[in-house]
Ligand binder design. Sequence first.
Ligand code: ADP
Ligand code: ZN
Length: 721
Amino acid sequence: MNRVRLLVLNAALGALDYKLPEDTKVESGSVVIAPLGPRTVTGIVWDEGRLPGAEVDASKLRAIREVLPVPPLAEPLRRLIEWTADYYCAHLASVARMVLSSGGALGGPTTMTEYRLSGGTPERMTPQRAAAIEALDGEQATIRELAGTAGVSEGVLRGLVNQGVIEPVTVAIDRPYPPADPDFHQPALSSDQMDVAKTLVKAVEARAFEPFLLDGVTGSGKTETYFEPIAEAVRMGRQVLVLLPEIALTENFLHRFEQRFGTPPVLWHSSLKSTERRRAWRAISEGTAQVIVGARSALFLPYAKLGLIVVDEAHEISFKQDDGVRYNARDVSVMRARFEEIPVVLASATPALESLHMANTGTYTKLELPSRFGGAELPDIKLVDLTMEKPARGRWLSKPLIEGLEARLEAGEQSLLFLNRRGYAPLTLCRNCGHRFQCPNCSAWLVEHRLSARLACHHCGLETQPPETCPACGEADCLVACGPGVERIADEVAELFPEARVAVATSDTLGSPERAAEFIAHAEAKTIDVIVGTQLVTKGFHFPELTLVGVVDADLGLEGGDLRAAERTYQQVAQVAGRAGRGAKPGEVLIQTRHPEAPVIAALANGDRDAFYDAETDARRDAGAPPFGRWAAIILSSEDEKEAREAAVRLGDNRPHQDDLYILGPAPAPLALLRNRYRYRFLVNARRSANLQAVLNEWVGGQDYPPGVRVGIDIDPYSFV
Ligand code: ADP
Ligand code: ZN
């Protein structure tokens, strides 16, 4: 039979049948182009009998146009696509799209044209042209990418191409990556590290599914330790995927990787140029890329011979994708390892409660690194009770923290102040009339950013200039900042210690790998005395001279309706505390809080991780929360408030009634307006016995909605706004 069923990359279409032209050969997983109406569509030949769809009469079948020159997607990956779509109630096509995420890699020539400055000058120099030429110095990329870099239109650059100021360059895209040398530089491991490394090396050799939780305190050398199984996989000619939560962390990782393996790994993240993306995708699918380091999206790439997955900082919530397919890369990694029959390592000093539970119940193998490498001690943690040690009005640092900073400055050591709030102040109001500056598109305050002189919405990205007069009452120069953000803390430090060199470290200031690298270089060269940062600087970084960590407001994360608030607070504070005293000098941590008696704060102060996890586990068990039960969020939104509300009420009226399922809602979401869409939420809590996905598909999927209403299902949600 020459009929094939395709999974086409279009969520609305699902599965479609085609016929194979004479002498065309495909297999399951082949990537093809097929006609669709007057156009064409990309599809994947799927295993017979696994995709539902109506049988079309053979005489009506159209023929596949072309088989693309890429290796067919392997069976483990096809099963992963199915599992992910099923588990997260997503379209197969949306998941498959994440696999085929480099359009360029799927066909086309093996060379590509990029552009760069030729050294010539234009006949007529305009300020715009001059600025573009300056911005493009040393750059080489496509016209579109260069236009983005230079902040001008593609037309401006095309004009410069015509004048010979910018010249085309032919690039061979598929040139191979330099090989990693597994024996380039082997560090001497401590005996704890050696034990863990041996176990992992054995697991790589065994080529069987085994999930590990690598539970090692901050500074225990988890990276050096998991480099050993990576080296073994490379020796065996197999590929390794290392997932990192944050692009700002890759710089540090690349550096260490290069020292160990003599060459950098292959990178995968969203800001790769299209040529780099294409080169990486092809090398990954052909098996010539050995070690791939990437953000969560690297998980769905078509590895030819994966031998190991490592998820570093596995507790991080940035592994959860909050739009499109709402998957958690930590959990999907374990599933991928299962389908590929390989080991997977979840590494963390503060594992997710779910992961720890799996390890404690024997589903995952637990490996521990209980002490810091090289004899460094874990830092001494003290609480500062802000109800007793009140900072001055309009100030946020208490006396003990100020004294700690002063002592470090005198000793020439570094300090880190942690506050998980970007910008200068979370709220701005008019002193005269009390008007609060709110985002017009979202139910959220605009956040003042003094460094960029903007008011910004952290939800939709809107940015405006702060007005000179109040838009409500017309009063001039009347804006007051309420509450602190990192920039304001940095100002406070600068006022207290004018000679201190202060750096603000947030996604605004370290947004690109280059800027992150620059920051790390400064911190390592000790040209920064005080770092003021958000969660971005809580993990991964290793600055030996950093001896004081101050947590400006430990209570911040405990506010609001986040069901994992206590766990997240624990993780953030324990991680940031872990930045202190990593070198020869001991570290000290001061935690400012108004609730020293709160169990999570007390556990942090006592260094009693087990007590915290035990109490939190009990609370989760009582509430039927993960890992003992399951949650799902359903979000309905529309630009029309009434339409959103009515759709939500109707969905609520049709809710299923089952003993093992509790449905809360509908209620207006805490972010009731987001990007101009009104939002209503349900929260579903299911016992383990309930088939959550089936129920949701029938209930939520079985309902008709007005065309303006969007419905999203979020399984195991991490966002509750
Ligand atoms: P973790 O990720 O567990 O917090 P790191 O991997 O950052 O810890 O290790 C802490 C520091 O100790 C790093 O600078 C690392 O290079 C160093 N280190 C760890 N293990 C070794 C080793 N076996 N030999 C030399 N240096 C090591
Ligand atoms: Zn907004």
